[in-house]
Design a protein around this ligand. Structure first.
Ligand SMILES: [Zn+2]
Ligand SMILES: [Zn+2]
Length: 377
């Protein structure tokens, strides 16, 4: 294990720094190295942890005193009650709470902490997005440990009241300044703010009160869901610690690209081939739809390639369930045949003749035509 850097050095502070200097140094550095700002940057992540750990110690009057006197070693073994060390689960959650909610935000009495939010990415086909569907998914999340019911104590034992704070979970710090006496509450270092310590930790969760579980889930995909939408499932995130409320689950939807249809909001777009005789003479042409209903467009005489026809109500449903569907826009593409029978060629030549067109080069290859163009006939 690499040698730990001095906490004051980490926060770029001198040893006399006061509470507000520590806090502002931490905020500055935590913002700089925060994982959200530096995605995938391992070095920044390490720095962030280092900064968070330094802050965790220096912002706590008791821990800071111990650190000032004895250095890192004195802090790593956990308190006399055998509570979790700094790198432990609870410790890190605290650090994030401090960063996001201010010094004592996010913590209820007795150290209760809200569980983390979860993200699940779910891919559906356009057909599924059209009809709506129920999807069974497997999700890994941290839940209250069943062995100890979240207490963290081995079966047959109980957590005991923390001697450091008398079970309050918090310790009052009084500071005298020229402006008067300020009193603040900070989480107890010995019990990590829980008010209790666990003499014999639960073997299933190692005393954390929570454990990782795989859960089967049914996600109700609403009709009309679009790529990039997300839905919130309150309370389906990870369990809270020590009686804290659970986090939320966010499902992010991804709609697969469809081989025929393109989608834009509630409207669908499709391109269908028609023959040149259909384009010239007009026809009823059937069109694929997502609803399964028979779609038909009437192609009038003399339709040009690229013309667009609209089938009302054959688009996507409204995800808000207000009813009403988008439209299906059908672009026709006139197919020019690549293989013709002798009979067909004969008829086409007749047609060309009727229209006063003179297909003179029909039997000559490209090379001969270029030669003629260059040399002249
Ligand atoms: Zn347990
Ligand atoms: Zn305590």
């Amino acid at each position: 294990m690499p040698t730990k850097r001095d906490y004051y050095e980490v926060l770029e502070l001198d040893r006399e720094a006061d509470e507000s200097a520590i806090k502002s140094a931490y905020r500055k550095l935590a913002r700089k190295y925060h994982p959200d700002v530096n995605p995938g940057n391992h070095e920044a992540e390490e720095k962030f942890k280092e900064v968070a750990e330094a802050y965790e110690v220096l912002s706590d009057k008791d821990k800071r005193q111990v650190y000032d006197r004895y250095g890192h070693e004195a802090l790593n073994g956990g308190g006399p009650g055998g509570g979790p060390g700094f790198e432990g689960f609870g410790g890190f959650g605290d650090i994030f709470d401090i960063f996001f909610n201010g010094a004592q935000g996010g913590r209820g009495r007795g150290g209760a902490q809200r569980g983390a939010d979860l993200r699940y990415d779910l891919e559906v086909t356009l057909e599924e997005a059209y009809t709506g569907v129920e999807k069974a998914v497997r999700l890994q999340r941290i839940e209250t440990c069943e062995t100890c019911a979240g207490s963290g104590a081995a079966p047959g034992t109980k957590p005991i009241t923390c001697t450091g704070c008398g079970g309050q979970g918090q310790i009052r710090h009084t500071q005298n300044t020229i402006l008067g006496t300020f009193s603040t509450m900070a989480p107890c270092a010995r019990c990590g703010g829980t008010g209790r310590t666990v003499p014999s930790p639960c073997p299933t969760c190692q005393g954390q009160g929570r454990a990782r579980k795989i859960r089967e889930f049914t996600i109700n995909v609403r009709a009309g869901v679009d790529d990039g939408m997300r839905f919130q499932y309150p309370g389906e995130g990870e369990s809270g610690a020590l009686g804290g409320p659970p986090g939320d689950l966010y499902v992010f939807f991804h709609v697969k690209k469809h081989p025929l249809f393109e989608r834009q909001d509630q409207d669908l777009y499709v391109e269908i081939p028609i023959s040149y005789t259909q384009a010239a003479l007009g026809d009823e042409v059937s069109v694929p739809t997502l609803s399964g209903e028979k779609g038909t467009i009437t192609v009038p005489e003399g339709t040009q390639t690229g013309s667009v026809f609209r089938l009302r109500g054959q688009g996507m449903p409204d995800v808000g369930g207000r009813g009403g569907k988008g439209d299906l826009h059908v672009a026709v593409k006139v197919d020019v045949p690549t293989r013709l029978s002798e009979e067909e060629k004969k008829l086409l030549r007749q047609l060309a003749g009727l229209r006063g067109e003179k297909p003179t080069h029909e039997h000559k290859g490209l090379f001969e035509r270029i030669k003629e163009a260059v040399v002249g006939e």
